[in-house]
Every structure is written in C-alpha cells, then in structure tokens.
Design a protein around this ligand. Structure first.
Ligand SMILES: Nc1nc2c(c(=O)[nH]1)N=C([C@H](O)[C@H](O)COP(=O)(O)OP(=O)(O)OP(=O)(O)O)CN2
Ligand SMILES: [Zn+2]
Length: 124
C-alpha cells in the first residue's frame, strides 16, 4: 500500500465562543494542512495519483476557507465550532468528494496544525 501526502496552508479568522481563554475572542491563525491519500495499485505512470492532482484538490478545498471568518460558513454553524478538529473533518469530507473520480484512491487522513506545537489528525 502507498500513502501520499501533500501540504498547504491557509489564513483565516475564527472565534471559539464560550472558550475560557483568549481563543474566545475573534482572532486568526495560519493553519497548515496535510492531506494523505492511500492506494494499493500503481497506474502505468508509476503513480497512485499525480501529486499535482492532489495539490489541486487540496488547494480548491482550502480556497473555501482561506481569508474567511470560519464561524460564518455553513459547515461551522449550528454547534460545529471551527476548531482544528472540525476543520480537519471538513477538509476530509470535501477532499473525499473531489477525489471520488480517481479510481483506487481514498482519502486516508487530514492533519491540521494550528501552530508548530499543536495539531490534529482526523482519520475516520
Ligand atoms: N483541541 C483543540 N484545542 C484548541 C483549539 C482547537 O482547535 N482544538 N483551538 C484553540 C484556539 O484556536 C486558540 O486560538 C489556540 O490558542 P492556544 O492554544 O493558546 O495557542 P497559542 O498558539 O497561543 O499557544 P500557547 O502555546 O498556549 O501560547 C485552543 N485550543
Ligand atoms: Zn484559534
């Protein structure tokens, strides 16, 4: 089995309402996102899937979050606070949708780092 990972980052604002710390106030982060996919077979190209394709998918998903106030987005309303956990879940779901046309490629996990010392991995 092969696992491939691509990484990018985005900047956005959020507010963790009710959090008993400065995180409860409006503030921003540069989140670093790593998307990992898995595949069993190689195409005749010798690749599971071209890194270029994966980077394109991750860029498209991250563009939905970049320079936004995350609390305003539909996914993060109604009791889904924009934590690193929920951001990772969002990116996982959107990347899975976008890669559904790639046979034999499945999204394995999404890692979201809020800082160099704090990150989340979502792997359902
Ligand atoms: N499990 C999670 N915990 C926290 C999250 C999260 O998404 N998942 N998010 C936050 C806030 O976004 C907050 O802005 C982060 O604050 P903090 O941890 O204090 O970050 P710092 O970079 O300031 O870290 P220090 O090392 O404490 O200075 C909080 N928790
Ligand atoms: Zn924060």
């Amino acid at each position: 089995m092969f696992e491939l990972t691509v990484e990018t980052s985005f900047a956005a604002a959020h507010q963790l309402e009710g959090h008993p710390s400065p995180c409860g106030r409006l503030h921003g982060h540069n989140w670093v996102v790593a998307l990992t996919v898995a595949g069993e077979e190689l195409a005749p190209s010798g690749m599971v899937v071209d890194f270029k394709v994966l980077k394109g998918v991750l860029q498209e998903v991250v563009a939905e979050l970049d320079h936004r106030y995350l609390n305003e987005l539909p996914f993060f309303r109604n009791g889904t606070p924009p934590t690193a956990e929920n951001i990772a879940r969002y990116i996982f779901l959107r990347a899975t949708e976008k890669l559904s046309g790639q046979p034999g490629v499945r999204v394995r996990q999404v890692r979201v780092a809020e800082s160099p010392s704090a990150w989340v991995v979502y792997r359902p």
